[in-house]
Design a protein around this ligand. Structure first.
Ligand code: HEM
Ligand SMILES: CC(C)=CCC/C(C)=C/CC/C(C)=C/COP(=O)(O)OP(=O)(O)O
Length: 305
């Protein structure tokens, strides 16, 4: 179905809920959390009001970028069961309105953080929006199975934004936090894509399991989880974090490695398709969310105590 055809769909009335859903609020919570931790652990005093504005700006940016993503992806979202009832493909919000809403929020977020803090934070946030909308959504998502590896960097910028807002600079610790989210994204998303894979195939999105198959994806999940373990322990190795983070990271990494191994060893047919209803992949996806939240929580506790 072409985007033009969808754009011409008759519209039914939108609700406040639709405008809220355009912001991808559930994903936003964790993105904003990582940005807030970047702000909290920075070695600078931040006025609480300014801190609240920074967190709000990251939330508005994530929401704005999400709305533009939903505008652009309305053709593929209409094909996938998971996304077909979203406000734009379901015809409750006109594509042009979703685009205008996303652009307005994106501009607002950059102005807000720039006026409240500094240009380093504003430029980093603007680049983050650009990366998610243009590099990931418009370019990589539809063109390569490495889409979420390279494009996934978009979701890794918020800790740098938070730190930059507090200090006016980009430090080594937030860069390591960026790297953690970067290496976390493939096991996070590929675990999900193992059992949501058919949808992506139908929509023509070249996600890894669609292009390379489930067996290859299982190996990639394990490889990236090992890389994630190495990266998440780097702050400990170079003395940027202390024992609280060291213990938390070691335990969380051990759990993720066990689950990634279970995904690899899941009972499967010759093509790698699960015979257990993808139970291990579902567990790994859920664990990925708890992992990132707990790891960032541990950095914060470790640095502030
Ligand atoms: C390119 C990178 C990523 C892709 C393709 C991706 C994709 C997805 C998908 C498809 C879901 C399923 C739920 C839904 O329908 O929205 C999901 C859930 C989720 N993702 Fe990601 N994700 C990525 C990166 C991230 C990042 C960087 C974060 C946060 C730091 C994040 C946080 C979450 C959360 C919190 C959920 C659970 C939402 C819920 O409760 O439904 N994701 N992700
Ligand atoms: C601060 C800021 C601007 C952050 C933007 C980065 C961001 C929102 C990262 C989260 C990544 C994400 C939701 C990917 C899913 O996109 P998708 O299009 O593949 O997923 P979908 O199929 O559910 O739409």
């Amino acid at each position: 179905m072409s985007q033009t055809t969808l754009g011409a769909l008759p519209q039914s009335a939108s609700t406040v809920r639709d405008w809220f859903d355009l912001l991808k609020p559930r994903v936003m919570t964790l993105v904003v959390f990582t940005g807030a931790i970047g702000l909290f652990i920075a070695p600078a005093h931040v006025n609480p009001l300014i801190g609240a504005i920074v967190i709000l700006s990251i939330a508005i940016a994530t929401g704005g970028a999400g709305a533009i993503n939903m505008w652009f992806d309305r053709d593929i979202d209409a094909v996938m069961r998971r996304t077909a009832s979203r406000p734009v493909p379901a015809g409750r919000v006109a594509p042009v309105d979703a685009l205008a809403y996303g652009i307005a929020l994106s501009v607002l977020s950059v102005c807000l953080i720039g006026l409240a803090t500094n240009w380093v934070a504003a430029v980093t946030l603007a680049f983050c929006i650009f990366y998610y909308v243009v590099i990931y959504t418009m370019w990589l998502k539809r063109s390569t199975p490495q889409n979420i590896v390279i494009g996934g960097a978009a979701g890794a910028f918020p800790p740098i934004v938070g730190w930059a807002a507090a200090t006016g600079q980009i430090g080594l610790l937030p860069v390591l936090l960026f790297a953690i989210v970067f290496f976390w994204t493939p096991p996070h998303f590929w675990s999900l894509s193992l059992y949501a894979c058919k949808d992506y195939g139908a929509a023509g999105v070249p996600m890894l399991p669609v292009v390379k198959g489930a067996r290859h994806t299982r190996w990639q999940i394990l490889i990236y989880t090992i890389l994630l373990t190495a990266v998440s322990l780097t702050p400990v190795m170079i003395g940027l974090t202390g024992p609280i983070y060291a213990v938390a990271a070691a335990l969380l990494d051990a759990g993720f490695l066990v689950l990634a191994l279970r995904v690899l060893r899941d009972r499967q047919d010759a093509t790698g398709t699960s015979l257990t209803g993808d139970k291990p992949a579902k567990q790994a996806f859920r664990y990925s969310l708890a992992y990132l939240a707990a790891l960032f929580g541990a950095v914060c506790v470790d640095r502030l105590l």
